[in-house]
Design a binder for this molecule. Structure first.
Ligand SMILES: [Zn+2]
Length: 64
């Protein structure tokens, strides 16, 4: 069908564009989360072999 290839190409370009935006957003959110964790006065809750901060959800392994 005429136009079908063009349509899927347009969709590919659209998806790639959206992925780029989301990847940038993800990077920004990771940085923000890291900053929050750096400033957090952790309160850990022990669970099996890990402990998790109830405030920032940082997980640390208790295996040394
Ligand atoms: Zn914390």
């Amino acid at each position: 069908m005429i136009g079908e290839r063009q349509n899927s190409l347009n969709r590919v370009i659209q998806i790639k564009g959206e992925m780029k935006v989301l990847e940038a957003k993800l990077e920004q959110l990771k940085k923000e989360l890291n900053m929050l964790r750096e400033n957090c006065t952790h309160e850990f809750e022990k669970k099996d072999y890990i402990q998790k901060c109830i405030k920032c959800h940082l997980i640390e392994s208790l295996h040394w």
